[in-house]
Design a protein around this ligand. Structure first.
Ligand SMILES: Cc1cc2nc3c(=O)[nH]c(=O)nc-3n(C[C@H](O)[C@H](O)[C@H](O)COP(=O)(O)O)c2cc1C
Length: 205
């Protein structure tokens, strides 16, 4: 079947993250689901978020230069529509969705309690087009709940059950991940069997 070219998210399941921000005066807490979000290469500490221009999230990020990317599991599936609904900027979306705060360590914007991981970010740069903005964020602090890690300290997807989404013409199907038990080192991609970026991981330890 040949699909229309705009149906990209119909064939690539996307993570669903909740972005939490504060208004300029710090008085209003905002939450919005975002799926157009990705890390920029490895082992950098930058992420890229595609935002429509008319978003309180974007206004808050521009004005406060900070935000938290909260990674949530399927237990948050009933929080997506309440936080996605258009709400006036003065509405506190933690209250609307019945969500609690997790205090951030490096920025003022709070994270969301019950998420399985939190990225505290500052605005690094943005690229603006008339209809959308690419927000580049620098991750200042990255925390993950111990209970979703395996013995090697890596994400156990069966425990975290990351919330994901597949788009259709009419809406969104929500799903999660399944580990297929396969692992390859980065080195296995290179002829010498050595990862050329290995030293950069060591520098960052
Ligand atoms: C699963 C899901 C993913 C979404 N991803 C994005 C996204 O990547 N970028 C975006 O601009 N809007 C996205 N939206 C729409 C916003 O969440 C929605 O417009 C929200 O009301 C924005 O809130 P705000 O104005 O408080 O920022 C998504 C919505 C859902 C339900």
């Amino acid at each position: 079947m040949i699909l229309k070219t705009f149906m990209r998210e119909g064939i690539m399941p996307l993570s669903v993250a909740l972005i939490s921000t504060l208004s300029k005066d710090g008085g209003v807490r905002n939450i919005a689901p975002y799926s157009c979000i990705m890390p920029i290469l490895r082992p950098l500490d930058l992420i890229c978020i595609a935002s429509a221009t008319r978003r309180d999230t974007l206004i808050n990020i521009r004005e406060t230069k900070e935000f938290v990317v909260n990674m949530v599991g399927v237990d948050f599936s009933d929080k997506i529509v309440p936080t996605a609904k258009v709400a006036p900027p003065e509405v506190d979306e933690f209250e609307v969705a019945g969500l609690g705060e997790k205090r951030s360590e490096t920025i003022r914007a709070p994270g969301i309690a019950g998420s399985y991981a939190w990225m505290e970010c500052t605005l690094f740069k943005e690229y603006a087009e008339p209809d959308f903005v690419l927000i580049l964020g620098k991750v200042l602090r990255l925390e993950v709940a111990d209970e979703v890690l395996n013995a090697a300290g890596e994400l156990n997807v069966a425990k975290a059950q990351p919330l994901m989404m597949i788009g259709s013409k009419k809406g969104m199907h929500f799903c999660t991940l399944k580990d297929i038990g396969m692992f390859y080192s980065f080195g296995s991609m290179f002829r010498e069997g050595k990862d050329p970026l290995a030293d950069r991981y060591l520098e960052k330890e």
